[in-house]
Design a protein around this ligand. Structure first.
Ligand code: FAD
Length: 449
């Protein structure tokens, strides 16, 4: 059979006809991905006066921290009782607390090794790592309220939120992104931003724009919640691993990963993701049945909800201007713009240099959240929600600073950025002055899309 499109067909490809896309906006700052990092980035940019757009493929914000049901902020401290993450993350904690939707140890408990207090907070999912354990400044929260707080704050800041839009491509030249392409029920559309922030978790934008990255396969997780559990707090975790939540009789079950799942997936492969969705759901159902049969207090409990976003611990990580390494623990960087403790280790703090958010290959792109430039080891700390919010906040502020330089993120005065972040309540570490020289060879600039 022959047809008018025969010349577009080869063995493995079909050549899409070129077409003009409607331009739906020219924002100062475009944030792609509305998880914890993206919401923080958008808030930070909009509060500094930038016309800020936030696009999200799903019908809600929050990402893993929202209806991904990873509803534990681990951690805001250094493991020794001192807070190291504040800023927008602390603002969320305060707003959640006002709604009765957060639970965390009081400051006078942080660092305590009192076994009763450690055991109490373990039941809330806030104690991890090897003995000797102590009480951390970590927070259990309720996801619906997390999402609501995000909407409220973004409405107040004037963020233009576009839900149900996938970012599927970038176009540009000379290492500069000129257009970001989205797909939705409205078809393909273009947004022409000055600065782009990639908070997709999977690094979709930096991947499309030609930046280098590292990608690993992972065991998927799918956390879920059960209601109607009786006697919580009386039995400890008898018969399973589950955590108390702010709702009476409701628990959060951290299901999945090695042991529960016997296959790894590439989190950027839709076929792998589809398999994980189906297999994990089946596994969750089996675990619900087991808990009802074996765990004390679960006899008449019911399944409340299953995470609407698969639990993906790692995906693409940017290979940026600097890769933060294990040996950088407790190191002072002159260009640190965020910091984080480690949820399983005490006394280790990673100051996160601005160079972990930038790539030498794209001039108007910043990255924040779980896909910033770190080693796999350090990613364990920087992927956590408080750290993701801290790097998101830093990226949002940096994007606005870059607007004075035609969107060029490498021209940002990092000393001024650190001052700006500190003035707004963020914790950026002790480093002084401008960034030191980056002695690593830089690859040639890529195409930017
Ligand atoms: C099993 C598991 C347990 C964890 N436990 C904890 C814990 O106890 N405490 C803790 O603090 N952290 C924990 N983490 C880590 C933490 O949940 C995440 O790393 C963090 O929430 C990441 O935030 P993010 O905003 O970077 O990414 P995400 O939350 O993944 O958000 C990315 C957003 O981008 C959107 N998106 C993706 N691609 C596109 C695209 N192309 N176009 C448009 N939108 C797009 C997604 O829909 C999503 O909303 C855990 C993670 C997992 C998987």
């Amino acid at each position: 059979m022959t047809g008018q499109f025969d010349d577009r067909v080869s063995a493995d490809t079909w050549s899409e006809p070129p077409r003009d896309l409607p331009v739906i906006g020219r924002p100062d700052v475009l944030v792609v991905g509305a998880g914890a990092a993206g919401v923080a980035a958008a808030l930070a940019a909009a509060r500094r006066g930038a016309d800020t757009w936030l696009i999200e493929r799903l019908g809600h914000i929050g990402g893993l921290a929202g209806f991904g049901l990873i509803n534990l902020l681990l951690t805001l401290d250094d493991g020794e009782g001192t807070q190291v993450v504040s800023g927008l993350c602390q603002e969320f904690v305060d707003a959640l607390s006002v709604r009765g939707a957060a639970r965390h140890p009081r400051p006078d408990e942080w660092g305590s090794e009192d076994p009763d207090r450690v055991e109490y907070w373990r039941q809330w999912g806030l104690i991890w790592g090897r003995p000797p354990e102590n009480v951390r400044y970590s927070v259990a929260f309720e996801p619906e309220s997390f999402v609501d707080v995000g909407y409220d704050l973004m409405r107040g800041a004037g963020v233009h939120l576009c839900l149900h839009r996938w970012c599927t491509a970038t176009h540009g030249s000379g290492g500069h992104i000129e257009a970001v392409v989205t797909e939705s029920k409205a078809g393909r559309e273009a947004i022409l931003p000055s600065v782009v922030i990639d908070t997709t978790g999977d690094g979709d934008v930096f991947h499309y724009a030609g930046a280098e990255s590292d990608l690993v396969t992972v065991y998927p997780f799918q956390w879920f919640r059960m209601g109607g559990v009786s006697g919580l707090g009386e039995y400890g975790m008898d018969g399973g691993v589950y955590f108390r939540t702010t709702d009476p009789g409701r628990v959060l079950v951290p299901w999945g990963g090695p042991g529960a799942v016997d296959f790894r997936i590439d989190p950027t492969d839709p076929d792998d993701l589809a398999r994980a969705e189906i297999e994990c759901r089946r596994g969750v159902r089996a675990e619900v049945t087991r808990l009802r049969e074996e765990a004390r207090g679960f006899g008449t409990a019911w399944l409340d909800d299953i995470a609407r976003q698969l639990g993906i611990t790692e995906s693409r990580r940017l290979i940026g201007d600097l890769i933060l390494e294990k040996s950088d623990g407790n190191r002072v960087f002159p260009d640190s713009v965020a910091r984080t403790g480690h949820w399983t280790r005490r006394g280790v703090v990673y100051d996160i240099p601005y160079r972990c958010l930038t790539t030498p290959l794209v001039s108007n792109l910043l990255t924040a959240g779980r896909c910033i430039s770190t080693s796999r080891y350090v990613h364990q700390a920087t992927k956590e929600i408080p750290a993701a919010m801290a790097t998101g906040e830093a990226a949002g502020a940096a994007a606005v600073a870059a607007l004075n330089h035609g969107g060029l993120v490498h021209r940002v005065d990092v000393r001024e950025l650190r001052r700006d972040l500190t003035a707004s309540g963020a914790m950026v570490g002790e480093g002084e002055g401008l960034p030191g020289p980056d002695l690593r060879p830089k690859p040639d600039r890529g195409p930017g899309g």
